[in-house]
Structure formats: structure tokens, C-alpha cells
Design a protein around this ligand. Structure first.
Ligand SMILES: [Zn+2]
Length: 185
């Protein structure tokens, strides 16, 4: 009945490279908060969009949910911060989730994003075999799903997700217009 053993979790400030599978993680999406966020995924995506706004990034946020309904990764745009034109929120959550699942396919996973994906992200969604795509605002200028390249409608596209648009549309759009108004001034 000795109960003075240390708990299963190492102290948060433990500076050790050993243990817990030597994760060697440079993962920018690492969850520090261990409390599962029970809010709907699109609300969490909006939070990520707001955080992106605060970083001076185009305010788009994304959340990837696993087949069991649990959130695998969350991210907002980081193209400026990372000097990476491909660091769109969707790309970041796909990369993080694929690393987490150790699989290049995210079969059965659902992606929530506050803005209609661009052609690059739509292609990545197809490559990752995402099951469902939920997005908020339409992107008349750069969208690649319902307009422009319409990636999922092309013969060269070998997997298309089920698509649900307009989720929290006005909130997502308001954030984007606030950002672009601010940038113009
Ligand atoms: Zn994109």
C-alpha cells in the first residue's frame, strides 16, 4: 500500500529526452493542455483562427477529428511565422495528425476549417483520405472546393470527402474581413 511513489506523469518541467517514447518533437501543435476540449470542433477551429489573427496571420483555423471523435490536432495559419507558404491551417493539422497516427492516410478522420480550403489544401485533404470536410466561410477569391479549381470534381482527384459548408460561416467571415480591413489601414 505504499503510496509515496511519484505519479505516472513526469513533472511538467522535466527536461529529459528519455521516456515516453522519445518523441523528439518539434511539433508546433503539441497540446500542452491535457483537458479534452468538449466544445464542437468548429468552435475550436474559430479559436485557432482568432489566435492566428492575434499573430498577424490570415485568421483561418482548423481542427482534425479522429474516427473515435477525439481531436487529433488543432492549428491556425502560420505562413508568416514559419516563412512557409504551405503552412495553412489545414496542412498543419493534417501533418500533425498523420505524425500522431503514424500514417500518411487519415481514413475516417474529419477536418473542420473556418474557410473554404484553397486548391493546395483541397489536394492534401484528398491525398490524406479525409472522410468529411466541414468548412465555414466561402472563399470566392482563393477557394478550390466550390469554385476555382474545384479540386474534388476533377477526374485526377481519386478521393473526395463528404462536404458540409457554411458551419459558423458568419463568424468565420467576420474575422477575415476584420483582418483585411485592419491590414488596409
Ligand atoms: Zn490552403
Amino acid at each position: 500500500m505504499a503510496s509515496d511513489h511519484s505519479p505516472k506523469m513526469p513533472p511538467l518541467n522535466a527536461d529529459t529526452t528519455a521516456g515516453l517514447g522519445a518523441s523528439n518533437s518539434t511539433d508546433i501543435n503539441t497540446d500542452v493542455n491535457t483537458d479534452p476540449d468538449e466544445r464542437p470542433p468548429m468552435r475550436q477551429a474559430l479559436d485557432q483562427a482568432r489566435l492566428a489573427f492575434d499573430r498577424g496571420e490570415v485568421p483561418v483555423g482548423a481542427v482534425l477529428v479522429g474516427p473515435d471523435g477525439r481531436v487529433l490536432s488543432t492549428a491556425g495559419n502560420r505562413t508568416r511565422e514559419l516563412n512557409d507558404p504551405t503552412a495553412h491551417a489545414e496542412m498543419l493539422v493534417i501533418r500533425a495528425a498523420a505524425r500522431k497516427l503514424r500514417s500518411q492516410r487519415l481514413t475516417g478522420c474529419d477536418l473542420y476549417v473556418t474557410l473554404e480550403p484553397c486548391p493546395m489544401c483541397a489536394a492534401a485533404i484528398s491525398f490524406a483520405r479525409i472522410r468529411r470536410l466541414y468548412y465555414g466561410a466561402s472563399d470566392a477569391k482563393s477557394g478550390g472546393v466550390a469554385q476555382g479549381a474545384r479540386i474534388f470534381n476533377q477526374a485526377s482527384c481519386h478521393h473526395s470527402p463528404d462536404i458540409y459548408d457554411g458551419l459558423c460561416r458568419s463568424e468565420a467571415a467576420a474575422l477575415l474581413s476584420a483582418f483585411f480591413v485592419q491590414r488596409r489601414n
